[in-house]
Design a protein around this ligand. Structure first.
Ligand SMILES: [Zn+2]
Length: 330
């Protein structure tokens, strides 16, 4: 572990012991950078919580190299590859224990590697941070219109919503996820820390557009948290709400999905989003997936072949009623 109070940039590793069939006394070394400027708040920035989501690690690595600590207010603690074994395997879950890091919070100090990483973060790093930024993308199986996610609990917090919008993703999304009790968001809420996450792309890819947005957007977000002064005007971001998971369009059968519109497009109730084609059945006609309400196409399945139960599409709803928000609550 590195010193977190050293002026300027300090880079190194956090060591986790691991014992597997391949390596009995393995040291898993998570890259960490700490940037200290003048007195001010601490922001913890995480990438690689899931190993097949690439925009976060790219943007955080660039931030570590590009920030001038002489111009920095406060402290940035950067973990570009939080679940390093998953990142190096290109998989969502940790290869050795099969666990999903963002479903084991607050973690367990006596548990497997994934549980111990979660516990270290919950018990050590999150309490000393004022703000937490947890950068995700859709991974191999989902594909998002680039979005910043702000938990519903922080929707009246001007700092959280301001930082979310400052990132400049096409969408700033209010979320209220039903699996949240096992996620890092629950720990942040319990500790009273502002947490912002993202879904910056997906389909197991990095594109020129998403890499550029992530890299530039993270600097704008860090500035909005008060760490840096930047002059550039902030891009627009549309404020929407993630629907409850029962409103996600789900596959009833294995099929190849052919979209009729693009990610981020505005849709009206009844519009055709795309068709599922059943290549294994000569008698089956393509199935049309219809927009259940007005909104914007936030997410498609990230793979051509979708299986029964997979998400086909998610339509986000307008959240304009929250755009002129009072700042009292939290
Ligand atoms: Zn993720």
């Amino acid at each position: 572990m590195i010193a977190l109070d050293q002026p300027g940039l300090t880079s190194g590793y956090v060591h986790f012991h691991n014992s597997t069939n391949k390596s009995a006394w393995q040291s898993v070394r998570l890259p960490i950078h700490c940037l200290n400027g003048t007195a001010g708040p601490t922001t913890l920035i995480l990438g690689g919580m899931h190993g097949d989501e690439y925009e976060g690690p790219i943007a955080i690595d660039a931030l570590a190299r590009n920030v001038d600590t002489n111009a920095l207010v406060g402290r940035l603690i950067l973990l570009p590859a939080l679940n390093l074994p998953a990142v190096m395997a290109g998989t969502r879950l940790t290869p050795d224990d099969g666990l999903n890091l963002n479903r084991v919070f607050p973690g367990d100090p006596l548990g497997s590697l994934t549980q111990r990483i979660a516990h270290w973060l919950s018990a050590t790093m999150m309490p000393l941070s004022d703000h937490i930024v947890d950068l995700h993308s859709g991974g191999r199986t989902l594909n998002f219109a680039p979005s910043i996610l702000v938990p519903e609990a922080f929707s009246y917090n001007a700092l959280a919503t301001g930082a979310g919008k400052a990132f400049g993703a096409p969408f700033t999304v209010l979320i209220n996820e039903d699996h949240a009790p096992m996620s890092i968001d629950a720990v942040a809420e319990k500790l009273g820390k502002v947490i912002i996450s993202s879904e910056l792309g997906g389909a197991g890819m990095v594109t020129r557009h998403t890499a550029r947005l992530a890299t530039q957007g993270l600097v704008r977000m860090v500035a909005a948290f008060g760490h840096l002064k930047i002059k550039e005007p902030l891009p627009n971001s549309r404020y929407v709400r993630l629907p409850p998971s029962e409103d996600f369009l789900i596959c009833n059968d294995d099929m190849i999905f052919v979209p009729s519109i693009d990610l981020g497009d505005a849709v009206q109730k009844g519009d055709i989003l795309g068709h599922g084609q059943f290549i294994d059945r000569v008698e089956a006609k393509p199935h049309a997936f219809i927009a259940p309400y007005d909104g914007w196409l936030l997410c498609f399945g990230g793979q051509g072949l979708l299986r029964r139960g997979d998400v086909v599409a998610v339509v986000a709803q307008d959240a304009k009623q929250h755009s002129d928000m009072p700042t009292q609550k939290r």
